[in-house]
Design a protein. Structure first.
Length: 576
């Protein structure tokens, strides 16, 4: 700050576009958009919204961005709004479009980076709703390392179907009910018409709400910002506060990499486990860590999952939706309970300028409710998500056990192998599944897909059939809405010759979630013989964004990232 209270731009990125006589043409472009000379002299703050009309997850983000801009302007900043893409998983699900989903995370991060670099913005507020846009925005914040705040667009309100709260996952599972003959066309239509009654992201503790909870736990979002549904006006007030907060971070020069430390990542993983969150956190936390130059892979995430109790009874494994968690105090209640029990690092700094413990100091555990439990009365002693290793997954795998009875967490069955999700979906919906099947969907990993598709259409249809003692394993991934014994992220993936690519129909596969193992009953010699006979498989993507992704993407264990992250950088954008 200068003596008169104005911001000193001499070390800010916008000095390259707004300061000095040689920048007169650059300033002229800003004046053409109604920016005043006073506003040009202020810090330029990027307001990046993943707004589009693809799905309800994103539809309110443009409105919320206006509230962010009011907050920035009130604190003597000049907001510059821009948009980035979103691929909405619910609509991309179950067909070739899902190959674009995880790729979109990288495109979101890259496009925010390029917009900020190209125009010399000094700080950043990001708004996101659908699954991949949340980690994509947080990755961009850490990559650029300018003062930045994340704000979630909010969850959808629950639908009401025959006296029960429902989410979009109930509709996916309804497809299985329909295929099994339990429902007719009229039943399915009744559900689909009322399942999604408002703007907002899918309502259970699926990937979007999981990563929204992460945003608070990791410290990149203001306390309390993850909770309110998208339709609530209080969300706009939180957006305005986020705009004000980023200006305070500029004064303090407090940056994302000051906040996202290894301890903060461990906090985030613990909150995922405690809420029975999405297995996709096992991809996104390592990807965020990569942007900060921190080694934090699937094994590290799984270790936190293993020792964190499961205390929030959230869908899909439990009973409640995001609105219910908000109404009992939000993720701050979970954080405070874990802090008091010694499961979190309370001294981590956050975008509020306070520590995580200070942010939650006033949170009170709500009595007379069963959405969140005390640690001493946990739903399960270990987290709702578990990491696995074994001869079928030397680089690891992941499974969500929230809501699965202890006796259902071990399984041995005969492999039924499919080379893509569509073939397995047909097998499930046409009545082929038998008790004891271990459905194997391969060549769906980051390289092999390409794009590492989610399998919600298949897993939900399988669950809807109601068949017991069936497992599904894949080198792809799952929606946060998946439930049942479904193992994903198996690495190495089939496309690079991993053991999952060597399986044959009838091989005996054993999953032991409590023991943390997944194996196939084959000797090392047999696996090696099959490996020598294995041939790489071509896919149909010979050009375009998905081809380019396949050339650069790394293993799921390290977040399926496409560049070296801070380990390889020669500069930090904020210091140029």
């Amino acid at each position: 700050m200068t003596g008169n209270g104005a911001f000193d731009k001499s070390r800010m990125p916008s000095r390259h576009t707004t300061v000095g006589p040689e920048r007169a043409p650059h300033r002229a472009f800003l004046y053409a958009m109604g920016v005043t000379e006073e506003e040009v002299a202020q810090p330029l703050v990027g307001v990046a919204a993943a707004w589009n009309e693809a799905a309800p997850c994103n539809i309110s983000l443009h409105r919320q961005a206006q509230a962010v801009k009011h907050g920035v302007a009130a604190a003597r900043g000049t907001p510059r709004e821009f948009a980035t893409i979103t691929v909405t998983d619910g609509i991309a699900m179950g067909h070739e479009g899902m190959k674009a989903s995880l790729v979109s995370r990288e495109i979101i991060a890259d496009s925010v980076e390029l917009t900020m670099r190209g125009h010399g913005y000094d700080a950043l507020v990001t708004l996101a709703g659908c699954d991949k846009s949340l980690p994509g925005m947080m990755m961009a914040m850490c990559r650029l390392n300018v003062p930045a705040v994340f704000i979630y667009g909010g969850a959808i309100l629950p639908g009401r179907f025959r006296g029960e709260d429902v989410t979009i996952v109930d509709v996916f599972e309804g497809v299985g009910q329909h295929a099994a003959g339990h429902w007719d066309d009229a039943d399915l239509r009744e559900l689909e018409l009322i399942a999604c009654p408002s703007a907002g992201s899918c309502g259970g503790q699926f990937t979007a709400n999981t990563m929204a909870c992460v945003s608070e736990a990791i410290g990149l979002a203001l306390p309390g910002s993850a909770g309110a549904p998208a339709a609530y006006e209080s969300r706009d007030q939180m957006c305005e506060k986020s705009g004000e907060a980023v200006m305070e971070l500029l004064k303090l020069n407090l940056r994302p990499r000051d906040i996202v430390t290894r301890a903060a990542l461990e906090n985030a993983a613990a909150v995922v486990a405690a809420t029975g969150g999405s297995t996709n956190a096992g991809l996104h936390l390592p990807a965020i860590a990569n942007e900060c130059g921190i080694d934090f892979d699937l094994y590290d995430v799984a270790e936190i999952f293993r020792k964190t109790p499961y205390i929030a009874d959230m869908k899909p494994g439990g009973k409640y939706v995001a609105k219910d968690l908000y109404e009992v105090g939000g993720v701050q209640v979970v954080i405070r309970e874990l802090l008091d029990a010694g499961y979190l690092h309370g001294d981590c700094i956050t975008v509020s300028g306070k520590t995580l413990a200070e942010n939650c100091a006033d949170a009170k555990f709500p009595e007379g409710q069963d959405v969140v439990y005390r640690v001493k009365e946990a739903l399960a002693p270990t987290g709702g998500v578990v990491g696995l290793k074994g001869n079928l997954a030397p680089e690891g795998a992941i499974v969500k056990v929230a809501g699965i009875a202890p006796e259902g967490q071990t399984f041995t069955g005969a492999a039924k192998v499919f080379e893509c999700e569509e073939d397995c979906f047909d097998y499930v919906t046409k009545g082929g599944v038998q008790e004891g099947d271990c459905l194997v969907i391969r060549y769906e990993g980051p390289k092999g897909g390409p794009g590492m598709r989610e399998m919600l259409s298949t897993t939900a249809a399988l669950y809807g059939l109601g068949i017991e003692n069936v497992a599904l394993i894949t080198d792809g991934r799952f929606s946060g809405g998946t439930r049942g014994l479904c193992v994903g992220h198996i690495g190495p993936e089939a496309a690079v010759g991993g053991p999952i690519g060597l399986l044959q129909d009838g091989d005996s596969v054993t999953i032991d979630a409590p023991g943390g193992t997944i194996s196939v009953d084959l000797s090392d010699a047999e696996l090696e013989a099959r490996r020598k006979a294995w041939q790489p498989r071509e896919n149909i993507y010979g050009s375009g964004a998905i081809w380019r992704y396949a050339q650069t993407v790394g293993p799921a264990r390290r977040g399926a990232v496409c560049h070296p992250g801070a380990h390889g950088e020669g500069h930090v954008y904020a210091d140029l």
